[in-house]
Design a protein around this ligand. Sequence first.
Ligand code: DC
Length: 230
Amino acid sequence: MAKKIVIAIDGHSSCGKSTMAKELAQSIGYTYIDTGAMYRAVTLYGLEKGYIKDGEICEEALRKDISSIHITFERTAEGNLITFLNGKNVENKIRTMEVSDNVSLVSKLKFVREAMVAQQQEMGRKKGVVLDGRDIGSVVFPDAELKVFITATPEVRAERRMKELLAKGENVTFDQVLKNLQERDRIDSTRKESPLVMAPDALLLDNSGLSKEEQRCWLLNEFYKTAGLE
Ligand code: DC
């Protein structure tokens, strides 16, 4: 039987990381773990509890609750991943602009990262997983056998994200989305705790000009090379 490996997919916001990671996991029979969804779920928790308001966060209140915040995933019959926050389906709620606007406040906190990283390491302990995020190859699974760092120009990413939000009925402009994305890039790359960096042994993929199919083939090819199934 082929050996199971850990696949770490990191990169900027709205590069299509999740879609790519999810499709790869499905094609090779691996479990997909959306780590961004976990930070989004903690953000939703903070918003619902009133710990986050007007761009400010009450860190102490969130710290007190962190050990009782559990995030799990379930797969639908169609293969989609649903995020649960303490047993409640929050998949739609975590994708709103309100959560996107506040998630960087939460994901920069050390105690939040420690708690999420521990949950992610536990989920990937048996290998056979594809994780996407910002610090998978650098912090969560530094020994991952295959690491990919994905990027695309901010304009291409904003265009893709805007289409997604409009399709969901959120009324947003291109400028709003571009600003949110650039601000998240800035915070993600400059934060003290686990900033977004490309691991030295990661493969770089700029998908600005690539079709989904081209990407899919590229990734599958890298997987087969790494897992020794060529
Ligand atoms: O991938 P995403 O856009 O759903 O991620 C939401 C936010 O969570 C993003 O602004 C960065 C943060 N994040 C993180 O800090 N570390 C991860 N492993 C995944 C996401």
